[in-house]
Design a protein around this ligand. Structure first.
Ligand code: NAD
Length: 310
């Protein structure tokens, strides 16, 4: 079986995907600049012969030849920091839109027929329908990150219809777990490690969102790729409930064995510019295909806290 290519495979979700692909007997070429990922995330595989690591930036050259002979590219590399998009929007335009276009061009040149893309709930913006289904409109992102991911989805769709490719586009809720290097749990652990008496919480703590543990997320992607046959397949991936930020703080405090921590809220219903205070995705389409989330948001967060503190 020809190796597949995973961009961003040294990152949080990417490295779990690589674990799962190797467990299925596949060979994998990882292309990653290590901008936020780490070779350590792949350490279980690097001497095993199944995973080849190419350290390269998708915005540069030298990696494209790895796509020849590949049947599928899993394109996860991105700048995933929603908050940072309000300060350095150009980074996400380049790391997300331009990098995705370059991946599509490299695929076209190498004749690679299939792409899997990791999109986001933020393409829906402040959705008026919750749980939000895939066909919700208008798609009106409120963050630069969401806008860049929606642009990527549009480019991928156009390449599929123009050049005979096939795509699976996954709009993730918040994905959490071991090796997580950004997001609310990571942020709280980092802050409490430096000051265990006080925790700054962005916003009013009532932002309520859906969380899914990373292994379940990878399982959902693999299931959909194996079972969804359309030219462009778009699926939400998340759990079927939500949890608020204050409850996540409580779980992190408890997990770290702390007590009497003072919560300091920065205030406002949004934690940052571009934050979406209420998010829960409908996963009915995935359920109709035959996959359902194995647990809810609270258990996903509990498992992630335990794994990240380990
Ligand atoms: P991550 O930062 O851990 O992984 C991204 C990886 O991409 C890193 O290893 C980084 O080094 C690499 N990368 C970034 N820019 C690159 C470039 N130009 N060239 C080569 N490599 C590059 O983030 P993650 O949380 O694992 O996210 C993976 C994907 O899932 C991203 O596309 C992200 O937008 C998407 N996503 C994540 C979540 C979440 O909750 N974690 C939610 C929705 C969507």
């Amino acid at each position: 079986m020809a190796a597949c290519v995973v961009t961003g495979g040294a990152g949080f979700i990417g490295s779990h995907l690589v674990d799962a692909l190797v467990a299925r007997g596949e060979s994998v070429v990882v292309v990653d600049s290590l901008r936020s990922g780490s070779e350590e995330n792949l350490s279980a595989h690097l001497s095993g012969g199944r995973v080849r690591f190419i350290r390269a930036d998708l915005l540069g050259d030298g990696w494209q030849s790895a796509l020849f002979g590949t049947a599928r590219v899993w394109h996860l590399a991105a700048d995933p920091d929603v908050r940072q998009g309000a300060f350095t929007p150009g980074s996400q335009v380049h790391q997300n839109i331009i990098a995705t276009w370059r991946v599509l061009e490299a695929m076209r040149m190498a004749g690679v027929p299939e792409i899997v893309f990791t999109s986001t709930s933020t393409v829906y913006g402040d959705a008026k329908v919750i749980p939000t289904p895939e066909e919700y409109a208008p798609l009106e992102p409120v963050s630069v990150y969401g806008a860049t991911k929606l642009s990527c989805e549009a480019l991928i769709s156009a390449y599929c219809h123009s050049f005979g490719m096939k795509a699976w586009i996954f709009r993730f809720a918040n994905i959490v777990g071991k090796r997580g290097g950004h997001g609310v749990i990571h942020d709280f652990i980092r802050k409490l490690s430096s000051d265990p008496r006080r925790l700054e919480i962005l916003g009013d703590g009532r932002q309520s969102k859906s969380y899914l543990e990373v292994a379940a997320c990878v399982d959902a992607m693999l299931y959909a790729v194996d079972h969804a046959p359309d030219r462009v397949n778009v699926f939400n991936i998340g759990s079927e409930d939500w949890i608020d930020v204050r409850s996540i703080a409580d779980l992190v405090v408890e997990g770290m064995g702390l007590s009497g921590v003072e919560y300091v809220f920065t205030g406002g219903e949004r934690g940052w510019v571009g934050d979406v205070p209420r998010m829960q995705l409908s996963v009915q389409k995935m359920k109709s295909l035959g996959w359902k989330p194995p647990f809810g948001s609270r258990e996903s967060v509990e498992r992630a806290v335990a794994a990240m503190l380990e």
